[in-house]
Every structure is written in structure tokens, then in C-alpha cells.
Design a protein around this ligand. Sequence first.
Ligand code: SF4
Length: 159
Amino acid sequence: MKDPITVDGKFVLRGSVDLIEHRPDLEVLRVTDHKTGKNRSTPDLIVGGGTTLQPVLYSVAIERGLGKKVLAGRLFYTTTAGGFVEHAIPINDYTRGQGLQVLAIIDRAVEMGFLPAAPAERACAWCDFRPVCGPREEERVGHKAQDKLADLLALRALR
Ligand code: SF4
């Protein structure tokens, strides 16, 4: 399927799912995103504060596009660094809602044109854009008023 999928009537998703498995006895699917790095997932991770969207959003898109229920979306760490472990997220109304909430928050920020630099703690240390932002961006932003960042903080709080 090459066309993008619209979910929740307004969010257009385009991407490439690594693996979709079909369980014929229950007529359900499982969606997998392969990871090559370290396993940084927490046991209760669903969207990881908006940083890990593939399991839930791929599942929502696949359900919409193929008209079949997805039982679980999972991260599968396929290297020695990742320990060959999997993290499966059940796909249900709650987890679908969490994925759509991430999209709603991002959409609102884009619509308002409010996309401030507001790195999470120690995020700059691993970021490829550090040469652009400079070495003290996290410290500089820490001095700014935090009251306008409620949406972003709510996003980061999603497990
Ligand atoms: S280096 Fe810049 S882009 Fe990267 S996390 Fe820090 S503020 Fe954000």
C-alpha cells in the first residue's frame, strides 16, 4: 500500500512498516518495528513521551488501511547491542488514544507556530543538531519561563 493513511479523520500518516504478521485463527495482525540500537524502552512504554511512535501509530494506520484489528505493536531489538529482546504494546482503545494524543499535541503546536527549543534533560548531549544550537542550549532554555510549555510537558509525561 503506497498511499498515505488518514487516521482520526485528520492525521495523514506515511511510512514503511518493517513487518506485519497475520494470525489466521483470530483474524488479527501484529506489527513489528525492528530496532538496531540499545533497548531503552521501559516496561510500561506505550509512546515514550512522544519519542517512540511506531508500534502504536503504525498499528492504528494498519488497522485503518487494511481493515483488520492489530493485537499488538512491538519493538524488536534485533542486535547484540539490543539483546534480541522484544517490547510488545497491546493495541486497545487506551493505547490508540495515547498515540492520537501525541499527534494532537504536535498538530496544535504546528498550527500555533509555537515550536520552541525546549530540550529534555541531557537530550542535547546525544543530538546531531548540537553544532547548530551550540553547547549551552539546554542551560539557556532552563532560564526561560516554563508556563508556555504545558503541552510539551504533557507530551513528555505520556508513558
Ligand atoms: S541540540 Fe538543539 S535540537 Fe538538539 S536537543 Fe538540544 S536544543 Fe534540541
